[in-house]
Design a protein. Structure first.
Lengths: 412, 357, 295
C-alpha cells in the first residue's frame, strides 16, 4: 500500500511540476486569442503534433514582427485543445474555447469527423473558423458562413490525381487500363473512393479492386494479396500513417508489380512514413499541396527553419496550418477589431498574395462563397533517390516539376 | 415485567420513533436541497462551458444509473452498453433526418428496439459469469460497431457507414429536440436523471430488486429458493437497455453528430463501467458520485495539460482509477455515506437531547 | 486453390503470433482469475524495449530476447506486487475481483500515455534488420520470413510453458494455485508470490510476442490497443487459461482475417470474427479448450 502511494505520489508531483512550469509562460500584453482544436493524443497524435509545430512557428514569426499593427501591435496568443480525434471532445473543447477562453478565431481539427460538428458549434456562436486541412467536400458545403478552408477539397484532390494519370500516360506513352482502389474505411477514405469511382467511370478505366480496410488492421497482407491478384496497373490509396507503412512494406515484400502507386497525402505524407518505409516507398507518387522543393520565395528558408526546430521537413498539411496563421493575421490587420463579424467579413474578402507566410505553390489565398480557398492547388510528388537519399520530388503539373528531374514511370 | 418497565420500553419506542422520523426528515430536506440546487444551477452558472461539463456529468450519471440495474444489482459486468446508446442515437436520428419524425418519438422507438437487442444479448449471456460475460458484451458492442461501419443502407434507412450522421442545426425548438443554448438540454437531462433515479429506487425496493440482489450474490442459493434469477436479470437488462437508449437520443441531439467510432465505442462502454465502479456499484448514489468525480478529473486535466503534455490527462485519469480502487474498492460512495450518516447522527443526537432536556 | 493455400499459410503464421500476444493474457487469467486490460500496453512496452535494444546495439532482433524476457518478467512481477496485490488483499473473499479490471485499465492508460509523453507519437521501425521484408518463395507461394520466425517462436514458447507448468515444482505450485487458491495456500504455497510469478511470466511472454513483431511491425505508443481486443477474443475462443487454446484461437482468427478478404471486403471479416466468437461462447461458453468451471 505504502509503496504504491509513494509511486503514485511521485507521478502526480511530476505532473504538477510540469504544469507549473507551463503556466508561468502566459503573457499580459494585448493579445488576440486563437483557439486550436487538434488531435494531440490518441491515434492521430503524430499529425496533430506537426500541425501544432507549424502553427507555433508562424505565430512566433508574426509576434516577433510586431504582431497585429492595426490592433496596436497586439500579439497572437495560441490556445490548444486536444480532440483525441473524438468528435465529442472536439465539440466540448469548441464550447470551452469560445465561452471560457473567449477566443476570437478557431482553427482545426484535421479529422473530418471532428471538424463537422465542431464547425457547427462555431457557426452557432458566429465565431470564424479557419480549417487548414480537413479535406471532405462536405465541410464547406454545410451552408455555414463562418467556415474558411485553406486546403483543397477532396473532389479537387481526386480530380488532380486523375488528371495526373492522364498526363503521365501521354508523356510516357504507357497505357493504364486497370486500376485498384484501397482506402481506410472512414470518412476520409470513403469520400475519396466515391469520387474515384465516378472519375474512373468517366475516363473509362477498369476498376479491378475496390477495397476498404479497417484502419485498426494488424495484418494487411490479405489486402496486398488482393492487389497482387487483381493485376492492376495503378494502385490508388488513402491511408493513415501506420497502415501506409504496413501496406507499402508488404506490397514490396510480395513483389506486387504495378505501373504506379498513387497516394493521397495523410499517412503517406507523414514524416515517419518515409523513415519507416524507406526504400520500399521509392517511385511512389503522392499528391500534396506543397513540397519542400516548391519554387517560391521563402519556402526553402521556412523549411530549413522548421527542420532545425522540430527535426522534420514541413509537410503539405503543416504548411496549410502555417499559412492559416498568416491568413488570420492578414484578416485581423484588415478588420482592425476582434469583433467576430468584422473578422468574418475580413476573412471573406481575403486576397493574400504576398508576404512572409505565402510559401504555398499557388499565387493567392482567397475564399469563394462557401468559404473554400479557390486558388488552392495541388502537386504530385515522387519519392525517389537522386543521390541525396530518399526525398519527395515535385513532378506535376509540368511547370512545377523540379528542374532536371524526369519522373520514373512506369515503376521499374 | 412491571408496569414501570413497560412504560420505559414505550418511552424508548417513542424516542426511537422520534429519531427515525427526524432522520427521515433530514433525508427529505437534504434531497430537496440538492434538487433545489440542481434546478437553480443554470441561474447562477451562466458560462455555457461549465454548463456543458455539468450536462455531460448528468449524462454519464444517467447512463451509469441505467447500467447499474444490470451491472450493479444483477452482479454481472456489462462492458458493452454503448450498443444501446448507439441504437437510440441512430434510430431517432435516422427517423428525424429521413422521415421528419420528432426525435422525441424516435427516442421511444429507439428505446423499444434497444430493449429487444438487450434481451437478445441477455438470453445467452446471462448463463455466463465473471470474465466471460464481460468479454461477451465487449464482443457484442464491437461487432455492432463493425456492422454499422459497413452498412451504408439498412433497408430504406441510411446509416452512412463509417461517416456517421450529421444533424443540421437549423430548426430549434422543443418538438425538434434542438436548442440554441444549453439550458433546455440541462433541464431535460436533469429530469431524465431524476426519473431514472426514481425508477432505480423503486426497483431496489421491489421484489425484482430483491431477486436481482439475491441472484447476484448467491445465484445457486437463490435458485434453490425458487427465485427465477435469469428472468429477473432479463427484466433488468430490458429496462436498462431501454433507458440507456433514451440517453443515446439525447446525446445525438446534444452533439448533433454521431458516428460509429464515437457512439458505439468501447471507450464509452468502459467509461460507464468505470464511473459505476468508482462511485460504488449497486448503490443509488454511486453513479452520481462517480460521475461527479471522474468527469471533472478527465475534463479539467485534458484542458490544462492537453496542449503542452499530450496524454498526461489520461495518466492522471489512470492514477485516480487505481487510487480509488485500492483505498475504496467498494467505491467512494461508502466513505461518503459514512460521513453523511455521522453528520445526521450528530444532528439527531443534538436535537433529541434538546427535546428531553 | 493455390491462392487459398497461400492465404491459409499466412493466416496460420500471423495467427500464431496473435496467439502469442494473447498467451500472456491467458496465463495471467488462469492463475489470478482476472482479465488484464493492460496486456496490450505490456506488449507495447516490450516492443519499445526490443526496439531500443536493437536500435542501439544493432544486434539481430531475436537476440534482444535475452534482454526483453528478464526485463519484462521483472516489470510484470513488480507491477503485480506493487499495484495489483493490494487489491487482492483488500478483497480476499471475492473469487473474481472486478476491481482489478479497473486497476489494470488504469495501468493501461498510464503506460500508454507515459510512453507518448516520453517517446512522442512517432512510428518506429528497425530499418536494416536482417529479417525485414524477407520472403521465402515455394513455387508460387510466398511466405513472410519474419512471420515464420514468429510462428516457430510461438510454438516453442507454448511448449516451453506447457512443460514448465506440467513438470516443474514451481509449475505445479502455479497450477495448484490456479485450481484452488485456498487449498494451495493451506499446503504452504505463498499465494501472492505465485501471483507475482504468474504475472511476471505473462508479461515476459508479451515481451516475446513483442520481439516477434518488432522486425516487421511498427512501434508506437498506442500499438497495444490494436492487439488488445484481438487478444480478448482469442483467449475466450480458445478457453481462458488454456495455453494451446490461445495459439489455436489465434490461428483461427488469423485464418479468417487472411482467407476471408478473398471472398468479401476486408472490413467484413472483422464482423465474422465477432460472430464466430459469440457463436462459440453460446455453444461452448468455456471456449474451445477451456476447462469447464461453474459458469
Amino acid at each position: 500500500m505504502k509503496k504504491i502511494s509513494a509511486l503514485l505520489a511521485i507521478t502526480l508531483s511530476i505532473a504538477v511540476l510540469i504544469t507549473l512550469s507551463a503556466i508561468s509562460a502566459s503573457a499580459a500584453d494585448k493579445t488576440v486569442k486563437i483557439g486550436n482544436i487538434i488531435p494531440l493524443s490518441g491515434p492521430s497524435a503524430s499529425v496533430g503534433q506537426q500541425g501544432k509545430n507549424a502553427r507555433e512557428m508562424a505565430v512566433e514569426e508574426i509576434n516577433a514582427a510586431g504582431g497585429i499593427a492595426s490592433l496596436g501591435g497586439a500579439k497572437l496568443q495560441m490556445v490548444y485543445a486536444d480532440s483525441e480525434s473524438k468528435p465529442e471532445k472536439g465539440v466540448g473543447e469548441a464550447e470551452r474555447l469560445i465561452n471560457t477562453e473567449k477566443v476570437s478565431i478557431l482553427t482545426g481539427c484535421w479529422n473530418s469527423a471532428v471538424t463537422y460538428p465542431t464547425t457547427a458549434v462555431a457557426e452557432r456562436y458566429g465565431i470564424p473558423f479557419v480549417v487548414p486541412v480537413s479535406v471532405a467536400d462536405k465541410i464547406t458545403e454545410q451552408g455555414f458562413k463562418n467556415v474558411f478552408r485553406i486546403a483543397a477539397k477532396d473532389s479537387w484532390w481526386t480530380r488532380d490525381q486523375f488528371a495526373f494519370m492522364k498526363d503521365m500516360q501521354a508523356e510516357f506513352n504507357t497505357k493504364i487500363v486497370k486500376i485498384a482502389f484501397v482506402y481506410e474505411n472512414g470518412d476520409w477514405g470513403q469520400g475519396f473512393a466515391k469520387q474515384w469511382k465516378k472519375l474512373a467511370a468517366e475516363a473509362g478505366y477498369e476498376i479491378v479492386l475496390d477495397e476498404p480496410y479497417p484502419s485498426t488492421s494488424t495484418d494487411l497482407s490479405p489486402i496486398v494479396q488482393k492487389i497482387r491478384r487483381s493485376k492492376a496497373d495503378v494502385l490508388m490509396m488513402v491511408s493513415n500513417a501506420i497502415d501506409a507503412i504496413l501496406l507499402t512494406n508488404t506490397i514490396n515484400e510480395y513483389k506486387v508489380s504495378l505501373k504506379a502507386i498513387i497516394t493521397s497525402g495523410g499517412g503517406h505524407a507523414d514524416p515517419s512514413f518515409l523513415k519507416a518505409a524507406g526504400k520500399n516507398a521509392q517511385y511512389l507518387f503522392d499528391i500534396v499541396e506543397w513540397e519542400t522543393d516548391v519554387n517560391k520565395a521563402g519556402a526553402k528558408e521556412a523549411n530549413e527553419k522548421f527542420k532545425a526546430k522540430y527535426g522534420s521537413n514541413l509537410t503539405g498539411e503543416a504548411v496549410d496550418a502555417y499559412v492559416a496563421m498568416y491568413v488570420i493575421k492578414d484578416a485581423l490587420e484588415r478588420a482592425g477589431s476582434i469583433e467576430s463579424d468584422k473578422i468574418r467579413a475580413a476573412l471573406a474578402s481575403t486576397n493574400l498574395t504576398s508576404g512572409p507566410g505565402m510559401i504555398v505553390g499557388y499565387d493567392a489565398v482567397a475564399f469563394d462563397k462557401t468559404g473554400q480557398n479557390k486558388h488552392a492547388s495541388l502537386v504530385m510528388v515522387q519519392v525517389n533517390d537522386i543521390g541525396k537519399g530518399l526525398e519527395r520530388i515535385t513532378v506535376w503539373p509540368k511547370n512545377a516539376r523540379r528542374a532536371g528531374y524526369t519522373p520514373v514511370f512506369p515503376k521499374p | 415485567m412491571t408496569g414501570k418497565d413497560i412504560a420505559k420500553e414505550a418511552q424508548i419506542q417513542v424516542e426511537t420513533n422520534d429519531s427515525t422520523l427526524l432522520r427521515k426528515k433530514i433525508e427529505k430536506l437534504s434531497l430537496l436541497l440538492i434538487a433545489g440546487l440542481a434546478f437553480g444551477l443554470p441561474l447562477v452558472m451562466r458560462s455555457p462551458t461549465y454548463l456543458h461539463i455539468v450536462i455531460l456529468i448528468y449524462f454519464y450519471a444517467y447512463l451509469t444509473t441505467s447500467w447499474n440495474m444490470v451491472g450493479g444489482f444483477a452482479g454481472v459486468l456489462p462492458m458493452g452498453h454503448a450498443v444501446f446508446i448507439g441504437t437510440g442515437a441512430y434510430t431517432s436520428t435516422v427517423l428525424s433526418l429521413q422521415y421528419g419524425i420528432s426525435p422525441w418519438i424516435g427516442m421511444i422507438i429507439g428505446g423499444v428496439i434497444a430493449t429487444f437487442i438487450g434481451i437478445l444479448i441477455g438470453l445467452p449471456t446471462f448463463k455466463m459469469r465473471g470474465a466471460y460475460f464481460a468479454l461477451a458484451t465487449i464482443a457484442f458492442a464491437e461487432g455492432m460497431r463493425v456492422m454499422v461501419e459497413n452498412i451504408e443502407y439498412l433497408g430504406p434507412f441510411q446509416l452512412n457507414g463509417p461517416r456517421g450522421l450529421q444533424i443540421p442545426p437549423l430548426n430549434t425548438g422543443l418538438s425538434n429536440f434542438m436548442f440554441a443554448n444549453k439550458e433546455p438540454y440541462y433541464y431535460i437531462i436533469l429530469v431524465m436523471l431524476i426519473l431514472v433515479l426514481g425508477i432505480t429506487w423503486f426497483i431496489s425496493r421491489s421484489k425484482l430488486g430483491y431477486y436481482l440482489n439475491a441472484g447476484g450474490e448467491e445465484p445457486e442459493a437463490a435458485m434453490a429458493l425458487g427465485v427465477n434469477v435469469s428472468r429477473a436479470k432479463l427484466i433488468a437488462m430490458a429496462i436498462s437497455s431501454f433507458l440507456t437508449a433514451l440517453a443515446g437520443t439525447f446525446y445525438a441531439q446534444f452533439s448533433l453528430f454521431i458516428h460509429p467510432k464515437s457512439i458505439i465505442s468501447l471507450d464509452l462502454s468502459f467509461e460507464i463501467a468505470f464511473i459505476a465502479l468508482i462511485g460504488g456499484r449497486g448503490s443509488i448514489a454511486g453513479p452520481i458520485l462517480g460521475a461527479l468525480l471522474l468527469r471533472p478529473v478527465s475534463d479539467f486535466s485534458r484542458i490544462y495539460f492537453g496542449d503542452v503534455f499530450p496524454g498526461l490527462h489520461l495518466v492522471i485519469f489512470g492514477v485516480v482509477l487505481i487510487l480509488v480502487m485500492i483505498y475504496q474498492p467498494r467505491g467512494i460512495q461508502e466513505p461518503l455515506t459514512r460521513i453523511y450518516e455521522k453528520i445526521v447522527d450528530r444532528i439527531v443526537a443534538k436535537y433529541s437531547r434538546g427535546v428531553t432536556a | 486453390m493455390l491462392f487459398i493455400l497461400e492465404d491459409a499459410i499466412n493466416g496460420i503464421l500471423m495467427g500464431s503470433i496473435y496467439g502469442l500476444t494473447a498467451m500472456g493474457l491467458t496465463i495471467i487469467f488462469g492463475v489470478l482469475k482476472v482479465i488484464n486490460f493492460a496486456h496490450g500496453s505490456l506488449l507495447m512496452i516490450g516492443m519499445y524495449v526490443a526496439y531500443w535494444t536493437v536500435a542501439l546495439t544493432g544486434i539481430h532482433p531475436y537476440l534482444s530476447l535475452f534482454i526483453v524476457i528478464p526485463a519484462m518478467y521483472l516489470f510484470g512481477y513488480y507491477l503485480q506486487d506493487i499495484v495489483i496485490k493490494p487489491i487482492f488483499k483488500a478483497e480476499k473473499d471475492v473469487r473474481e475481483p472486478i476491481t482489478v479490471i479497473i486497476v489494470t485499465t488504469g495501468v493501461w492508460y498510464i503506460l500508454d500515455n507515459m510512453t507518448l509523453l516520453f517517446f512522442g507519437p512517432q512510428y518506429r521501425s528497425i530499418d536494416d534488420n536482417p529479417l525485414k521484408g524477407k520472403m521465402m518463395e515455394l513455387g508460387e507461394i510466398m511466405i513472410s520470413v519474419p512471420k515464420l520466425w514468429g510462428f516457430v517462436t510461438a510454438t516453442i514458447t507454448a511448449f516451453a510453458i506447457y512443460y514448465f507448468l506440467q513438470y516443474t515444482r514451481m509449475g505445479r505450485a502455479i497450477r495448484a494455485t490456479s485450481l484452488d487458491r485456498d487449498a494451495a495456500s493451506l499446503s504452504g504455497i505463498n499465494q501472492y508470490k505465485i501471483y507475482n510469478i504468474a504475472f511476471g511470466m505473462g508479461t515476459a511472454v508479451a515481451g516475446i510476442a513483442a520481439v516477434t513483431l518488432v522486425p516487421f511491425y511498427n512501434t508506437f505508443p498506442s500499438v497495444g490497443v490494436l492487439f488488445d481486443i484481438k487478444g480478448f477474443i482469442i483467449v475466450v475462443l480458445g478457453g481462458l487459461g488454456s495455453i494451446h487454446g490461445a495459439i489455436i484461437g489465434g490461428m483461427i482468427i488469423g485464418l479468417i482475417e487472411s482467407v476471408g478478404p478473398q471472398f468479401m471486403a476486408a472490413t467484413w471479416t472483422e464482423a465474422i470474427v465477432y460472430g464466430l466468437f459469440l457463436l462459440v461462447l453460446f455453444v461452448k461458453p468455456s471456449g474451445l479448450f477451456g476447462v469447464k468451471y461453474d459458469w
